[in-house]
Design a protein around this ligand. Structure first.
Ligand SMILES: [Zn+2]
Length: 297
């Protein structure tokens, strides 16, 4: 879930931070469908308590299961092939760079993961939740992405949003990182720069994830691609949370553990030697008188 406020000319100095807002909330019926899908995919997904949408680690109730992720992808609007391929390439970086068993394949027919480049900033539903979204709605938003968008933004934003689609919540919601923040300074900062309400800031930045709701959690990682960049003016010690700009080693550890690549079965052992006595045949070359010994079973 990730959504960056649309950049407007009235806010030219907004810090270039990646902030995700909530995607549209699932209705109770859709939420129930998401729960059922999650529990069908993996019994370990059964939700406990109320699931909130924004929860680096993977949220148990959004986990796709150990068999990995293989999703078809489509676009809500027409899109040039080169841009489509570029977005897909960055989505698949969780495999090519992250080393996880995940695959995103473009299709024109009933795509499971749908991307819009329309208004609304950047966001994505979490993990299996996206299967509960009506097919006429996007599950991920990448506002205004074009071939002119800098490569660094493809790396930072597309990979981040895809992380959400894999079930990864925001890393800065880990309690160890929230503990570094000055609450009131943080609220003022995000209200000013993102135009969020106080409650939105509390929900998006200051409400810690329950560690028990996470799978594959590595130590809280301020360099995770799933971690916001939070400036020093928000922290107690004045040092910024640097935030992630690409998939880092802890991100890789997490997805490799939860979506492991299929391991080839070991080669079968060589057949045992055939028992039996060896036969030896000796022949003598009549011309040279040199003997030759042949061995057989
Ligand atoms: Zn996000």
């Amino acid at each position: 879930m990730a959504k960056v406020k649309a950049k407007t000319k009235s806010k030219p100095k907004s810090p270039k931070v990646l902030c995700c807002n909530e995607p549209p909330l699932l209705t109770p019926t859709q939420r129930l469908k998401a729960y059922k899908l999650a529990s069908e995919i993996n019994a370990a997904n059964m939700p406990n308590g109320v699931h909130t949408i924004q929860r680096a680690a993977i949220l148990a109730s959004s986990y796709w299961g150990s068999k990995g992720v293989d999703l078809t992808v489509g676009f809500m609007e027409s899109i040039p092939q080169n841009l489509r391929d570029r977005i897909l390439s960055h989505m698949n970086s969780w495999n090519t760079i992250g080393g996880a068993n995940v695959k995103f394949r473009w299709t024109q027919t009933s795509p499971q993961l749908r991307i819009s480049r329309g208004r609304g900033g950047y966001w994505s539903y979490l993990g299996v939740d996206l299967l509960a979204v009506p097919s006429n709605q996007q599950t991920m938003n990448l506002e205004a992405f074009t071939m002119n968008t800098p490569e660094s933004e493809f790396v930072r934003v597309v990979r981040h949003e895809t992380g959400h689609s894999l079930g990864m919540p925001h890393e800065h919601m880990r309690s160890d990182l929230i503990a570094l923040l000055d609450r009131e300074k943080t609220i003022k900062y995000f209200m000013r720069t993102q135009e969020w309400s106080r409650d939105e800031v509390i929900a998006q930045v200051l409400t810690p994830l329950s560690e028990s709701s996470l799978l594959g959690a590595t130590p809280a990682d301020a360099l995770s691609i799933m971690c916001y960049q939070i400036p020093g003016e928000c922290t107690k010690n004045g040092k910024p949370l640097i935030g992630g700009i690409d998939i880092d080693d802890f991100d890789k550890q997490c997805v490799q553990k939860l979506y492991p690549l299929t391991v080839s079965p070991p080669s079968p052992p060589p057949p045992p030697p055939v028992s039996g006595a060896w036969n030896y045949t000796v022949t003598v070359d009549k011309a040279t008188g040199k003997p030759t010994i042949a061995q057989s079973l």
